[in-house]
Design a protein around this ligand. Sequence first.
Ligand SMILES: [Zn+2]
Length: 284
Amino acid sequence: MTRIRLAYSLVWIAILLAFGVPTAAPAAGIELSATTIKQGEAVEVTVYVSEVGRNPVLRFGGRVWPLYRIGQEGLRTYIGTDPFTRPGTQRITVESGARKGVVLFSRGITVQRVSFPTRRLRLDPDKFALLDPKLIAIERQKVGTALRYLSSGQHWDGAFIVPVEGRRTSPYGVISVYQGRRRGWHRGTDFAAPVGTPVYAANHGIVRLAEPVPVSGNAVFIDHGFGVVTSYLHMSAIYVKAGQRVRKGTLIGAVGATGLSTGPHLHWALRTNGVLVDPLPWTR
Ligand SMILES: [Zn+2]
């Protein structure tokens, strides 16, 4: 080694000691926040790929999941599961956006079956009438339109807050039986509280819907970005408007018993890319 080259090397060693080894771009691959989850839980999937701009396709459970940009070479999404998700081990695959059908990465994820309990409720005839398929369709269309275009950036920051002070009554996944007829799984968490109890935004976001709907009563839906949306149903009052930016803890409404409700409570739900998951793990 010549004296000059040795000097160069020493300068580089000095620079590395002073500033640390420069961090290389993350290696291409796929990272999962968990490889075993229960029905109702979500998993964070991060994909590092050189062809970020060429729209790689992520598949799981027979559908495509939107990928959101994080930095130069990263993409992220939140895969949600619910009681409809088939238990067992399934694969998450990332396919090239440039070369159709070419699998770039593949990872297995195990979804464990949960035995959800049953609750039997007797509804007043006027409340039972709200289960009219026509009203359900009107509501579904309204919510679908409001959530059609969501933010591609991430608005939320850290753990979500429980949006109301109240006793947790009906947890996620409970099977509801009204008037002896099974109506499917409860895909949210209920908190019983007196009418007028303040309801707060669980995290930062943009209000996408804030109005009465037939079955869910006075409803607010907040878009937190990256496909994550929270909803607050059956309220007595709404204090925000669609399009408004809210912060974690912004007062958005008050507990009520509007729509299909047997008493004053807040139904709080969280969806990831359209799948209603258990919101409580997001508060930890
Ligand atoms: Zn509920």
